[in-house]
Design a protein around this ligand. Sequence first.
Ligand SMILES: [Fe+2]
Length: 336
Amino acid sequence: MPDMTTLILDGAATPLLHRDAATRLAGDRLIVETPFWEITVDDHAQPLSALLDRADGTIKLDALAEAVGLAPDLAARLLEPLAEEGAVIDASAPIRVGDAAFLDVFQQECRLMMRALAEQPFWRRILSGQASPTLVFGWGLEFAHFVDSANEYMPIGIAHARESAEIREIFARHYVEEANHAAIFFDGLARCGLDRARMAAAPPLATTRALINLLVEHALEGSVAYAAGFAVMQPETEPTERGNVVSFYADLSALYPFAAPMFRAFERHACLDLDLGHHETVFKSLWNAGGVPLSARPQALRAARSVAEAFTLFFEGILGVYGTAGAEFPRRPARM
Ligand SMILES: [Fe+2]
């Protein structure tokens, strides 16, 4: 459970029921469920339920409370326990808070977006042990395409970092560290018996390409949009214990022994990123270097949210295509 920075939900907050939270009314009670906990609210369950139904992150709390007949102060108090657990966030908080809190609030939203990703049907299928070899290897290959695209969008991000030599150097060092990581995945897949030439020729899925295109567009936009993507892709967390990484992939290897060399590659890469300190984001470095002015905060937020959305589609694409019986793998390039 991530450590939540407690947000003050005042009348100008724009509450958003987070995507991995679900609500249901059971008689006089409101039950709010996330993958991590369940909370039952006995007081004002009906109006609170109606408020959460409307809490899409664009409407101020004052207006939401009025629409459901609650006093704004009471609505804020009722939402507080949900906000503490990350089931409700103030979608405009990163824009409204002062300099001291911005980085924490922004990174907290990024962590929550990634947490929601882990609840995707793709992950549920993988962790259930019911995924087909095509889905498992399809995931590996699409992920390798994505990691390889660092060589496409990261140099563009460096070239369009125009603030200072210091920032270009931060981005360049990060790129140098990431540049060869795709080889780890392709090697792992090859050790599972996949043909290197066919993997190289296989076009990424449209959803994988869409994610890469988005990262290219953000790189062209400049430092803030470029770095914001990493706040989602490599979210600022406590460094995961190496032992947790090893046991996660050992469990996957036990579920899918045919893909054990691929999971060893995933594990090697995760440990390498840990050693390189990639849990500390380049966005934080950009912020520390003074590269995120007040006026750029909406851009950072939009970029981070769209990358999270593109990642959701990335996993939906993998499940949708490779999770279907008879799916072609590796995909063949179109010949005109
Ligand atoms: Fe990496």
